[in-house]
Ligand binder design. Structure first.
Ligand SMILES: [Mn+2]
Length: 344
């Protein structure tokens, strides 16, 4: 991949006040990419702030720089807005639409600061940025950021020049977005993994910290979902599960606990589409996660029926319906989903 980083280099060298922004409900790639960018910029003498719209999974707290706490917007929105308004360079990572920042879309649009996008989702809002690095031919934003860093003059193609904490964050984002090398993996993804491990990243340590970190209650919740909640729709080769606030409370749910649940039904031979519907804590909407086997496109399904989008085999969205009305809506959506989009 050849990347022209010259304009980015100019933006960085001219910036005095940089803010890094990830998406709502941050996953490993969001946390990994903002913290990786932070460590890289810190190595260049910058002091960026990091904003995440909502809390991130506890298992990733080791990625948070000691020197710079991540500001969670929904816990201190006034401060988040102040930082955005004051910045002269905003870098948005792992989000294709500003609405994915949940609270900051208008603030970001209104500030005269330069805006950079680094993202790997379909249909990114390129025209809202002064500079965009956007491709879907990578596993993750962290893989794209790794490619960008290699092309920066100070790194100059040598992974050994990437600061170790930056390399660890990059690895975590790639590892989590690929479900530990099981989906959206490109030749460049393995290449990145190999070079980062050669650089000194301890893959086993990161895997244990991030993927083997759950509570007993979370593992029991997973069992409950598969045994008691999974509904199979044979006609559609689909499966779905509903996760209510009552169950979250019963199983002492914390952010990140439902990570991976939506993939479980895809282990069944005759299931090609899997959906997880999660009631939002305030009961305002239902969070939708969609996954599919390789020949099925769920991005179009998410765009058309679930107010969302993302990737071909992994997408998300929202439904503004009571949880109990979701199953009927899901079946109707599957009935109405045109084959030419489903198999596109
Ligand atoms: Mn991602």
């Amino acid at each position: 991949m050849s990347i022209d980083t010259e304009p980015f280099e100019v933006f960085l060298s001219e910036a005095r006040d940089i803010v890094l922004i990830g998406h709502f409900n941050p996953d490993g790639d969001a946390v990994g990419s903002v913290t990786a960018a932070w460590h890289y910029l810190r190595s260049r003498g910058k002091h960026p702030h990091i904003l995440l719209p909502s809390p991130y999974p506890e298992s990733m707290s080791f990625l948070e720089p000691n020197e710079q706490k991540i500001l969670i917007c929904e816990q201190n929105l006034a401060e988040a807005r102040r930082l955005v308004a004051r910045a002269d360079l905003l870098i948005c990572l792992d989000l294709n639409r500003l609405a994915r920042t949940e609270y900051l879309e208008r603030d970001i649009l209104e500030t005269p600061a330069r805006k950079v996008l680094i993202d790997h989702h379909i249909a990114a809002e390129l025209d809202r940025f002064d500079l965009a690095f956007s491709t879907i031919d990578v596993s993750s934003t962290c893989e794209l950021l790794y490619q960008i860093l290699l092309a920066m003059p100070d790194i100059d193609g040598d992974p050994a020049r990437i600061p170790l904490p930056c390399a660890e964050s990059l690895y975590v984002g790639m590892m989590t977005d690929t479900n530990n090398f099981s989906n959206s993996v490109f030749p460049g993804t393995f290449d990145m993994a190999a070079r980062l491990i050669a650089r000194g990243v301890d893959k086993d340590d990161l895997q244990e910290k991030v993927l083997s970190c759950y509570s007993v209650a979370r593992t029991r919740l997973m069992g409950h979902m598969v045994k008691d909640k999974m509904v199979i729709l044979p006609r559609h080769k689909a499966a779905y599960m509903l996760l209510s606030n009552k169950e979250k409370e019963q199983y002492q749910f914390v952010p990140g606990d439902s990570e991976g649940f939506v993939n479980l039904p895809l282990a069944i031979a005759d299931v090609e589409i899997s959906a997880l519907f999660t009631e939002n804590a305030a009961g305002e909407y239902v969070r939708v996660s969609l996954r599919s086997k390789s020949r099925i496109n769920v991005n179009r399904l998410a765009v058309r029926f679930f107010n969302g989008g993302g990737h071909r085999n992994a997408s998300g969205g929202r439904l503004y319906l009571p949880l109990e009305e979701v199953p009927a809506y899901f079946e109707k959506a599957l009935d109405a989903y045109p084959d030419e989009e489903k198999f596109s």
